[in-house]
Design a protein around this ligand. Structure first.
Ligand code: SF4
Length: 479
């Protein structure tokens, strides 16, 4: 059942969810209104309705306003609405179905496309005067609108309508970036993101340097070109990502964190790898797709968001169709995440710490908890809880990783409490027990030892007590 409100970037949350999904579309959205009726959604639309009338009807009949005009949604009396980005009617339909999670409520051919009345079965003998003789002779099943009495039958025109219905039903199975590519927005985002490199705010470090000219002052030591350490199908990720064909990982070199216990320190802090331009990065994605991977998994992507978006735009033109995974240390800026809205299908952030002081001490990063929590909130707003297909493969949503550290340096109880109370108790969480001292951990006790089974059991108990039931439990407790 639809209980989500999204009129972002004008977003309002109201205390009372709408129990029935009913719409009112503004005067410019006649085609969208007809298509929603085709899918069975009660959608009011009239050619001449003024904004005031739309707002009044929406309030009286508890309808969600669909509009291309942000001004309507800024009215204080509007409680539920969605602002459409697309201008193409088919893309608008897909956008609404995706954003408001409507696929489960589709009941095609139950509502009149012309007047929004409900359709009912009609006896053949009762429609003899209402349809052409050839139609009457050929067809046996008819429906009639209870309101305007228009008669419907499965004529040749239904093929076109069937295609619209099928496309709407498959929305949940299609990566969102395909819609953005078709509307031209993906290319626009790529250009916008590239401009951010000139005064870089693309991660929570906010170095504000021009990376097109220098890497001096860039914590991530990365300029115009991404540096890639390796790529390939990965069979060690969480099951919804690895499936049976592997997750198509691309490991980026350098990182915006400086963890003293990093297990990939030679990649993240020494920068081992090769520089790739956007075209080459796109080719890596396409190769992983050819190899049959379930998704493209960007590992340590925060500092190369602009390069990723540009490469995705190229790869889509060459046939990329896989879901995209943003596999991040969780120190991301809202500026970067907004650029990724609709492009990334699966966000997989670390929530490494529940205490900013510990984050500063062991990962040399300021305000980690604040930025990390803001980022996770935004990620969840964009994609919701993790959705799986019938084979258990991730399609879209949020998957949080948390590595349990000795003596609860990681603040596991605080992190889990935040997830359960402020994100969703349906969050898919990988509570990881595999910590082993690496890099400079020996100089930073208590990071100089693995965790105990008691420490991990305590972490599991916290999750259970908080009602977090979607735990990835592929790993057994540490010895
Ligand atoms: S991506 Fe982050 S670390 Fe790199 S220059 Fe930009 S703000 Fe700094």
């Amino acid at each position: 059942m639809f209980e989500r409100y999204d009129i972002s970037p004008v977003t309002r949350l109201r205390p009372t969810p709408l129990r029935n999904t009913r719409f009112i579309a503004d005067v410019h959205l006649g085609s969208l209104a007809r298509s929603l009726r085709l899918l069975g959604f009660d959608t009011t639309w009239e050619r001449d309705l003024a904004d005031e009338a739309i707002i009044e009807i929406a309030g009286d009949e508890r309808r969600i306003i669909l509009t291309r005009d942000k001004g309507i949604l800024k009215n204080g009396r509007v409680t539920h609405g969605y602002w459409l980005r697309s201008t193409d009617p088919m893309q608008q339909l897909e956008e609404v179905v995706r954003a408001l999670d409507l696929t489960g409520g589709i009941e095609p051919y139950t509502r009149c496309m012309e007047c929004n009345g409900e359709l009912e079965s009609a006896k053949r003998s009762k429609v003899v005067r209402a349809v052409p003789l050839q139609v009457f002779l050929v067809y046996r099943d008819f429906k009639r609108c209870k309101h305007c009495k228009r008669v419907y039958w499965r004529g040749s025109h239904l093929k076109r309508l069937d295609r619209i219905v099928e496309r709407a039903r498959s929305v949940g199975e299609r990566p969102g970036y395909l819609d953005l590519a078709e509307s031209g927005e993906l290319a626009q985002r790529a250009a916008d993101a590239w401009r951010h490199l000139e005064d870089c705010d693309l991660c929570a470090r906010y170095c504000r340097i021009n990376r097109l000219e220098t890497i001096k002052g860039a914590v991530c030591r990365t300029g115009e070109r991404a540096i890639v350490h390796s790529q390939g199908p990965h069979h060690g990720e969480e099951r919804p990502l690895r499936g049976w064909k592997g997750s198509g990982t691309i490991f980026f070199s350098w990182c915006n964190l400086r963890c003293v216990h990093c297990q990939n320190w030679d990649i993240s802090q020494k920068g081992l790898g090769r520089e790739l331009d956007v075209e080459q990065l796109a080719e890596l994605m396409l190769d992983l797709q050819v190899q049959g991977c379930h998704n493209i998994n960007f590992v340590s992507p925060s500092h190369v968001v602009a390069q990723i978006i540009a490469a995705v735009e190229v790869a889509v033109r060459k046939g990329l169709r896989l879901p995209l995974v943003y596999n991040t240390g969780g120190y991301d800026s809202l500026e970067a995440l907004r650029l990724l809205d609709g492009i990334i299908d699966i966000y997989m952030p670390d929530m490494q710490y529940g205490d900013a002081e510990k984050a500063h001490r062991f990962s040399h990063v300021r305000n980690y908890v604040k930025f990390n929590r803001e980022a996770v909130r935004e990620m969840h707003r964009q994609v919701g809880d993790l959705a799986l297909d019938e084979n258990g493969i991730a399609l879209r949503g949020l998957l949080v990783r948390h590595l349990v550290l000795p003596e609860n340096i990681s603040g596991t109880d605080r992190v889990l409490e935040f997830i359960a109370r402020e994100i969703s108790s349906g969050t898919y969480v990988n509570l990881m027990d595999q910590y082993r001292p690496c890099y400079r951990a020996d100089e930073n006790p208590p990071l100089d030892r693995p965790i105990t089974s008691r420490e991990f059991s305590q972490a599991i108990a916290w999750a259970d007590n908080l009602g977090l039931r979607r735990l990835d439990r592929r790993l057994s407790p540490a010895p």
